[in-house]
Design a protein around this ligand. Structure first.
Ligand code: FAD
Ligand code: FES
Ligand code: FES
Length: 1339
């Protein structure tokens, strides 16, 4: 900005000095646009810190920042999100990354060791962030409790593990565990009771041995860099000025300097935590040319207590505020500290600790978000801001309705600076409380926040003054003035409630098009939350200590520490000491995940002359491209090229895994916003990202625009060949003879994969060959498609995958979207090319789990026995076929779930819409279909007035039964799983308790439900049922194994190492798998369908057998020799020590025309029982307990398999409850990051989670009697959905509403609340005016 430099003091520091992992880093000219994450990964090549979202919502980038406080003479440590941390804010501070605390070569840190050995890492992409959150906690606090762990991990997401093993591993840092393990009483249980490793199980019955963990000693931690203490003054007090290309960073030393700056440059932004500005810059692409960091301004960095209020400096962080308030409110009377208590409570639900550690209260106020959590509290308490400016001096302003002038605008002039906020202490008969309702409890922005204040007359108890304030109900924080005024002079009784309800209903108006949607829910919440406040106050004033209603019951669902058990059998009849089959071996890369040494696609070191590629996506859902102009983007000399359809022939431009119905670059028509129009290739990521937004595309919109399944039905928009018909028996006759015929439907939305590692690709041209490393579950197909686009033979393209940071089906076919342009660019430009999708791009273009509508008609007899069923299945496939044809076949084949249906007709429709192409997702259509079967069972029970358990048991498949596709069920353990689950969960006993609870409670209800599952194992296509392996033995006896499958956290490589170790009878440490590469194992099938262990396990055995045979003579020659001796002897004898292995599964003898023969190799069975509690007023819920019994045959590795069960369950739980992808009516994706799309967090896991593997059920049809596990358990999470439905049923019953109702999936808090119909919902619903298009639609 012109003139800034002349304005600044001459004596200013322009270089940045900080420490990373104990080493001094001096950056002579830091750019204020650099984030710490970018600097660590790209400049320092410390790639252990991961990029997961770039918006503070996933925790993958967590690092620890340490700062020396001179007055206190101590160092404080905080966990922060490196993605939001401006590098320039780090002058004089120390950064610790995961690489800085331990490594696999020298010494692991106990946090790293314990998360890895407790099996808390699967794909490992979240692991470094989780390690650093835990590490920062331990550095800051001794004697940690469980709540500390949960709070520390609030801002960390894991998509694989289901969190249970992570917290189990970390619980060992709790004082009780460490304490007992360090004393000399080896067998004494600690205060962890049954959890104590000493009283629980023997080592060989546990998934890991806690007693072998390294002890944790805080004294062993690295010291804080002495230079930062010795030279504290020069670091902490200097005036800083950093100049970048677009942005300048200033750190003034005094308030005067700050005010002068703001006066001269009013547009300059004050930045504290950067949690709002950082997101605006990243997502909304804002540029703020001057940033002022008020780090040194004394009055802005303190909290003081004055007469009647607490003054919070504007640069004080939320964590500092929380810590202070907790200590201070203990000293105050409980009446006086009510506002402070409300803030403390709210801060627990505010973001994650990494955000709270840097964000400020004033930053929240000044952002003026209508969904701010703190502004309603500040407004209801009439808190006051102190502002200062050069022209007006000091000014005070109360935070009231006039303060928030419009959407994100406040009544503060540009040259003013907020110095502090005064939060009042209250007195007399005043009551204050705040409530927040969000999709997810932890780390979520609110849907509605409310803060209520009421003053009663001490003598008459009439209302003197009331203030009802809401967030989430309009463009600003709202003071419901009319309703508040109407309360004056009223008694606190039912009459008041009626008046307030009527008034709020009238005063708070929302229509059906309101941004954020859920108008009826949000309005109902306003009343429900006030009702909670009413009861809270009532209890305080009316009862002389005796409670009228248990207010806590009404306030929130109580918090409990989660517990778990895992029950499995370790085979004792092992073949040798080396035999690890059936043992809970730790994931082969777990330690590397935990230390940040594991390399993912984007961790590959930067190569000389490397280029970065960004895709330009369509901004229309259905349109003709009328012009395409990249000229503005190409002005920047760092931009090398713009690639588009004109660079390819029509043939080259075709892509698609089966149909080739997509284009690499859209040439003429775009059919969704995921269509790639072109690619910018530039010398830097920043240049590429800036340039891609400068490419001008003009469109002519086309009709029709088809977004939802319902739209597709209206327009008859189905893929050709659909509906597909599958039938058995005579459905017409079945309905004729049935005693009852019932119709219904089940509707599910889209689920985002949310793998923590976004799509990335890296390609290098080597002579006329190309090597591509990318995030794919199907490297062979990528190589083949690349070869086709480049028009070179497949043997000149090698695709490699070392590991994926999660896939879950999302990287099975959609990876081509990015990989093909990257490969083409690298080949054409003859330079290495890298690309990484930002999280928002990934979420907008890579497709989802298919939304479904299943209409059913079911005929049954008086007992509830199913006679026949008709299903119409509609799946929203999006704009291209992708692999939706296989998906919908699997859906049709699983619509029976576990129930025998003698007569069936299934019509399956693949809807062609203008959404991004939907794709594989764990379960592959089966979970959506199986939900229909469970809905059917419950409908029958409702109709007959019987229990659903009775109907389910009556119809459950038995050994030898024929499915609707006429496969006979052999070795069917379904009934065993079902009954063992009933027993182990104490189902009947708990059902009684749930009923009793529900009789006694009106606003909280419990529900209990059990569901079975049966999942067919096979690709349903012969050609895909093959697997290859390559085994190389080196002369030192080490073995390098390659397989056609990839490792994405599911433990495939670990299991294959175990298989090879048994087959060769050598220790697992001798076997290594490096990566999947198409030049080692060709023509591999996608790592999908849960069959990889089965296919590659057999291929590995096959390869081992070949080499065993070759080594046999040398073993005979030297029977007491060692493996190395035999290998050496064979080598000297010129025997080949490499072999391929191959397996092709028995032919699938299924004839689609005749609907007969066997489609699946076998089935994986299981059952789960879940108990939930719901809050009928808000729609919140918590899973109290889940019990799972799963038949995995003889598990190859119970730790990995239980991890798969738990991980799949939590992913399925997200599908069933909180994961709701939102789309606008024109097909725009509205859920673009972890801020808007909520996957389950740590506090969502069942409070008791018991998993048992069925014993004594070997599977004769897969490797070493095991069974496939990846996908089958996901559906078991529907037990939570149906338990929620049971709870709602009870609420509806109490309120006199029909108990036969439809609940769509996911059962979000909004759906739960609105299904618990009552006088509030009845009052609110008719007042929602329909206006224009709704904000969102269900796809
Ligand atoms: C992952 C994530 C989760 C979040 N969760 C929540 C949540 O649960 N609830 C919620 O309410 N918010 C949430 N937020 C929003 C945000 O964290 C808060 O608004 C936060 O309090 C902002 O503080 P900050 O210090 O980081 O602000 P910054 O980004 O540094 O600044 C924000 C604004 O305040 C202005 N400002 C700051 N200080 C002053 C001053 N002294 N004088 C004048 N202007 C000033 C800045 O110029 C800027 O315009 C979340 C954000 C993220 C990234
Ligand atoms: S990458 Fe920083 S929080 Fe997600
Ligand atoms: S292990 Fe946590 S995201 Fe994969």
């Amino acid at each position: 900005m012109d003139g800034l430099e002349d304005f600044l003091p001459q004596c200013r520091e322009t270089s940045l000095v900080f420490f990373v992992n104990g080493k001094k880093v001096t950056e002579p000219s830091p750019d204020p646009e650099w984030t710490l994450l970018w600097y660590l990964r790209r400049k320092l090549q410390l790639t252990g810190t991961k990029y997961g979202c770039g918006e503070g919502g996933c925790g993958a980038c967590t690092v620890m920042i340490s700062r020396y406080y001179q007055v206190e003479k101590r160092v404080k440590h905080i966990a922060v999100n490196a993605c939001l941390m401006p590098l320039c804010a780090l002058h004089g501070l120390a950064v610790t990354t995961v690489e800085g605390i331990g490594n696999t070569q020298d010494r692991l840190h106990p946090v790293q060791e314990r998360i890895a050995k407790a099996h808390g890492s699967q794909c490992g992409f979240c692991t470094p962030g989780i390690v650093m959150s835990m590490y920062a906690l331990l550095r800051n606090k001794s004697n940690i409790k469980y709540d500390d762990i949960e709070t520390a991990l609030q801002g960390n997401l894991c998509r694989c593990t289901g969190y249970r093993p992570i917290v189990e591993g970390f619980k060992t840092f709790m004082e009780a565990w460490e304490g007992v393990n360090n004393v000399n009483e080896p067998n004494k249980p600690c205060s962890m009771g049954n959890d104590c490793c000493r009283v629980s199980k023997k080592d060989d019955e546990e998934l890991y041995s806690k007693s072998k963990f390294m002890p944790y000693s805080p004294t062993q931690e690295p010291i804080f860099p002495p230079e930062l203490v010795l030279k504290h003054d020069s670091y902490a007090k200097s005036f800083l000025y950093y100049r970048g290309k677009n942005v300048m960073w200033v750190r003034p030393q005094t308030l005067e300097e700050l005010l002068l700056l703001k006066n001269k440059f009013p547009e300059a932004k004050i930045v504290v935590g950067n949690t709002e500005i950082g997101v605006e810059v990243k997502i909304k692409k804002k540029i703020y040319p001057i940033l002022i960091h008020p780090f040194l301004i004394g009055e802005m960095n303190v909290i003081t207590v004055a007469d009647g209020f607490v003054r919070v400096g504007a640069a004080v962080t939320l964590s500092e505020l929380e810590e202070f308030l907790k200590l201070y409110s203990e000293k105050c009377s409980s009446a006086a500290s009510q506002v402070l208590e409300a803030i403390i409570d709210m801060l627990h639900w505010f973001a994650g600790s990494q955000v709270r550690n840097v964000a400020s209260l004033v930053g929240n106020i000044m952002t003026a978000s209508p969904i701010s959590d703190l502004n309603p509290i500040l407004m209801a308490s009439a808190s006051t801001l102190t502002l200062s400016s050069l022209d007006k001096g000091i000014r005070k302003t109360v935070i009231d309705q006039s303060f928030f002038t419009s959407y994100r605008k406040v009544n503060v002039t540009d040259n003013e600076v907020v110095l502090a906020v005064d939060i009042p202490l209250i007195e007399g008969m005043q009551f204050f409380k705040a409530y927040k309702q969000a999709r997810r409890k932890d780390d979520d922005i609110s849907i509605v926040t409310a803060a209520f204040s009421v003053k009663l007359d001490r003598n008459t108890q009439l209302v003197n003054e009331a203030k009802l304030c809401y967030g989430g109900m309009g463009p600003t924080t709202i003071y419901a003035e009319k309703s508040s005024n109407k309360m004056k002079g009223l008694y606190w009784d039912k009459h008041l409630i009626k008046i307030v309800f009527d008034s709020l209903t009238d005063e708070l108006q929302l229509d059906s098009s309101v941004p954020g949607g859920m108008a009826d829910y949000r309005k109902s919440l306003c009343l429900s939350l006030f009702f909670k406040f009413y009861i809270y106050v009532l209890n305080k004033i009316k009862t002389n200590g005796v409670k009228l209603v248990d207010d806590f019951e009404l306030y929130e669902i109580s918090h409990r520490t989660p517990n778990s058990t895992q029950c499995f059998e370790i085979k004792k009849n092992v073949k040798s000491n080396y035999d690890t089959i059936g043992k809970p071996i730790v994931h082969a890369s777990a330690l590397k995940h935990a230390t940040g040494e594991a390399i993912y696609c984007d961790d590959i070191p930067i190569l000389h002359e490397e280029l970065f590629l960004c895709l330009v996506f369509s901004t229309e859902s259905h349109a003709r491209i009328t012009s395409l102009d990249p000229s503005e983007a190409l002005i920047d000399p760092d931009v090398i090229a713009f690639l588009s359809a004109s660079d390819l022939t029509k043939e080259q431009n075709k892509m698609g895994p089966i149909l080739k119905d997509e284009e690499v670059f859209a040439s003429e028509i775009v059919t969704s916003r995921a269509c790639v129009i072109g690619a910018i290739v530039a010398k830097s990521e920043t240049a590429a990202r800036t340039a891609k937004d400068l490419v001008k595309v003009a469109y002519e919109k086309l009709q029709p625009l088809i977004i939802t399944i319902e739209d597709a039905i209206t327009y008859g928009s189905f893929y050709s060949g659909y509906p597909n018909l599958l039938q058995k028996g005579n459905i017409v006759k079945a309905f004729e003879v049935a005693n009852y015929v019932k119709e219904g439907y089940i509707r599910t939305g889209a689920q985002e994969h949310f793998y923590l590692e976004t799509m990335s690709a890296f390609a290098m041209r080597k002579e006329d060959e190309l090597e591509i490393i990318c995030t794919t579950q199907n490297p062979a197909e990528i190589a083949m498609q690349v070869a086709e686009v480049l028009e070179i033979p497949n043997h000149k393209v090698v695709a490699k995958v070392k590991r994926l940071g999660g896939g879950f089906g999302g990287k099975e076919s959609r990876s081509a979207l990015l990989a093909l342009p990257v490969a083409f660019a690298a080949y054409k430009l003859k330079k290495p090319v890298r690309a990484v999708l930002d999280r928002d791009e990934d979420m907008q273009v890579t497709g989802y789990r298919h939304p479904f509508l299943i209409k059913y008609k079911i005929g049954f007899d008086n007992n509830g026995k199913i006679m026949g069923a008709l299903f119409e299945i509609y799946a929203n496939a999006g704009n291209s076929m992708d692999i939706s044809n296989s998906m919908i076949e699997r859906a049709s084949l699983h619509v029976d779930n576990c129930y025998y249906i003698p007569n069936v007709q299934i019509k399956a429709y693949l809807c062609k819409t203008n959404l991004p192409s939907n794709t594989a997702f764990r379960g592959f259509g089966a979970p959506q279909a199986m939900l229909a079967a469970e809905a059917v069972i419950r409908d029958i029970a409702n109709t007959l007035g019987k229990s659903y358990e009775e109907i389910a048991t009556l119809n459950l498949y038995k050994e030898g039964d024929l499915t609707h596709y006429n496969q006979s069920l052999q070795y069917c353990t379904l009934s065993r799983c079902w009954h063992e689950c009933i027993d182990s969960s104490k189902y009947w006993q708990r059902k009684k308790m749930v009923d009793e609870y529900n009789r006694a409670n009106r606003w909280k209800k419990k529900g209990l439900a059990i569901v079975p599952t049966k999942y067919g194992i096979s690709f349903q296509t012969d050609v895909l049922m093959q697997g290859g392996a390559l085994l190389l033995i080196y002369t030192d006896g080490s073995v390098l194994l390659s397989i056609g499958g990839i490792e994405m956290g599911q433990g495939l490589f670990t299991k294959m190492i175990q298989v090879a170790s048994r087959a060769l009878n050598i220790d697992i440490s001798k076997v290594h798998i490096n990566e999947m590469s198409t030049d080692k194992v060709p023509n591999s099938v996608p790592t999908a369908a849960s069959v990889s262990s089965d296919l590659y396990g057999m291929a590995v055995i096959n390869a081992c057998n070949v080499l065993n045979e070759r080594l046999e003579p040398y073993k005979i020659q030297k029977p007491d020799g060692k493996w190395e001796d035999w290998v050496s002897a064979a080598y000297l004898d010129r025997v080949s020590l490499s072999a391929t292995g191959f397996y092709s599964a028995p032919k699938i003898e299924y004839c689609r025309k005749k609907n007969s023969g066997n489609l699946f190799e076998y089935f994986t069975y299981g059952a789960a029982c879940s108990e939930v509690i719901i809050d009928c007023l808000t729609g919140d819920h918590q899973v109290l307990r889940t019990d799972i019994v799963m038949d995995l045959g003889e598990s190859l590795n119970p730790a990995i398999d239980i991890g798969q069960i738990e991980g799949a369950f939590i992913q399925g739980y997200g599908l069933c409850t909180m994961e709701e992808m939102l789309f606008s009516p024109t097909g725009e994706v509205l859920s673009r990051g972890p801020g808007a799309y909520k996957i389950p967090g740590l506090s969502d896991i069942p409070k008791e989670f018991n998993v048992s593997l069925l014993k004594g059920a070997p599977n004769p049809r897969a490797v070493y009697s095991s069974k496939a596990v990846g996908e089958p358990p996901l559906f078991l999470a529907s037990s939570v959905f149906f338990a929620i439905k049971e709870a709602i049923k009870s609420a509806r019953n109490d309120a006199g509403f029909a108990t036969d109702f439809t609940l769509e999936v996911p059962a979000t808090c909004a759906r739960i609340r609105m299904a618990c119909e009552d006088h509030i919902t009845e009052q609110v619903k008719p007042t929602i005016k329909s206006k224009g298009q709704p904000w969102n639609v269900v796809p």
